[in-house]
Design a protein around this ligand. Structure first.
Ligand SMILES: [Fe+2]
Length: 380
């Protein structure tokens, strides 16, 4: 046989890139910091790291490669549904050198299995077809990198690695191709929503279907810090997480630093309730997730800077089928969670797509979420 086929090499490279970012994020931290609980709503970083490796072992080594796990039934402590975040540091999870060794050993085994399997478009197993399970694993590590960054906001004196801090450039207003204050009109009609049948997407983005929308307009740019400060002054509302008063203005206090907020940058770290209140105060409303997606396909400024809260509950699309497991999306469907669209400065670029649906509890503020306002168009 000849050398690896190039799709496999591409997958191996992207697995390595994701792991490189994981290592870069934790590189400035010692073991004590990895094991510390910073917030009851966030896991200790040691749990995230073990979970990243265990999820990889479960899918790429045990499921795809039919190998036995390295540590028996350790995997049950890394099950995100079974183990609430507040309890994760009490579990007998791997730590320190053992944890690092587990990450490396699982990766080595996963790459061995990758050599053996057929990931072509005609692969019989839908998990392997077009490399689905590998795409899922890469996206999973990216998404945990973002969760780790939520926690790293709380670590005093933490310095973002250069490669990650470059992404903060995306957070600034200079990345918008449309000036603040502009709105985009969207005509009423039928719009295609969701991911196409081929190519990587999560189960909750499918099937693609048509949705009837009434005419509306949507802000070309997310709500800015300056606009949000005005809302806080006028209503006496809570400032966003990591804002503190200093003199007449506000400073941003993430990672224990005190930096003046940039008035033109999108506001970040607000809850759904706050986002909804802002939109009403501004005489507008949050867009539905369908409106957001239809507008994103026409071109929205400032996406990929902050996650944007929508008015929508996280529900199944008509004809939804869970794949590859119910616990990815299906168990979260209902009115407890609100959908966020777009992506933040901390989201890996590969995961930005108009159909991507993120979801969280409406009171959450530690996520990198802001908002964009919409308004219904009066008939005539
Ligand atoms: Fe996970």
């Amino acid at each position: 046989m000849t050398a690896k086929s190039s799709p496999k090499e591409a997958i191996a490279d992207r697995l390595a890139e994701a792991r490189g970012r994981t290592h870069e994020l934790i590189e400035p931290l010692d073991d004590e910091q990895l094991n510390r609980v910073h917030s009851p709503i966030l896991s200790p970083l040691a749990w995230d790291l073990g979970h990243i490796a265990n999820f990889e072992e479960l899918w790429l080594v045990q499921t795809v490669g039919s190998r036995e796990p390295l540590h028996g039934d350790l995997g049950r402590f890394y099950d995100a549904i079974e183990n609430p975040r507040k309890d994760r540091n009490e579990l007998p999870i791997l730590r320190d050198a053992e944890l690092r060794a587990y990450l490396a050993e699982v990766r080595e085994r996963a790459l061995d299995v990758l050599e053996e399997v057929d990931i072509g478009a005609d692969a019989e197993d839908p998990l392997l077809r077009d490399g689905f399970v590998y795409e899922m694993l890469i996206a999973h590590e990216h998404q945990h990198n973002e969760t780790m960054l939520q926690l790293l906001q709380m670590v005093d004196g933490y310095e973002l690695p250069a490669a990650v801090s470059e992404l903060l450039g995306r957070y600034g207003p200079e990345n918008s191709d449309t000036p603040p204050g502009e709105t985009i009109p969207v005509a009423g009609g039928e719009y295609e929503i969701g991911a196409p049948a081929r190519g990587f997407a999560y189960d909750n983005e499918r099937p693609r279907h048509m949705v009837e929308l009434a005419a509306f307009e949507i802000d070309a740019f997310p709500v800015t810090n300056g606009e949000y400060a005005q809302f806080v002054e006028e209503t006496g509302g809570e400032p966003p997480l990591y804002w503190e008063r200093e003199g007449d203005g506000w400073v941003h206090t993430a990672m224990g630093r005190r930096e003046p907020i940039a008035p033109e940058a999108p506001v970040i770290h607000v809850s759904w309730h706050e986002a909804d209140a802002f939109a009403r105060w501004a005489g507008k409303r949050l867009p539905s997730e369908h409106e957001w997606e239809a507008a994103a396909r026409l071109g929205l400024g400032g996406t990929g800077q902050v996650w944007e809260w929508t008015s929508s509950d996280f529900l199944a699309y008509p004809g939804f089928e869970a794949f590859p497991y119910r616990e990815y999306s299906e168990v979260f469907f209902g009115d407890a969670y609100k959908v966020l669209r777009g992506g933040s400065w901390a989201t890996h670029r590969d995961d930005l797509r108009p159909s991507f649906r993120n979801w969280d509890l409406p009171e959450r503020r530690q996520i990198f979420a802001g908002l964009r306002c919409a308004r219904s168009k009066d008939a005539g």
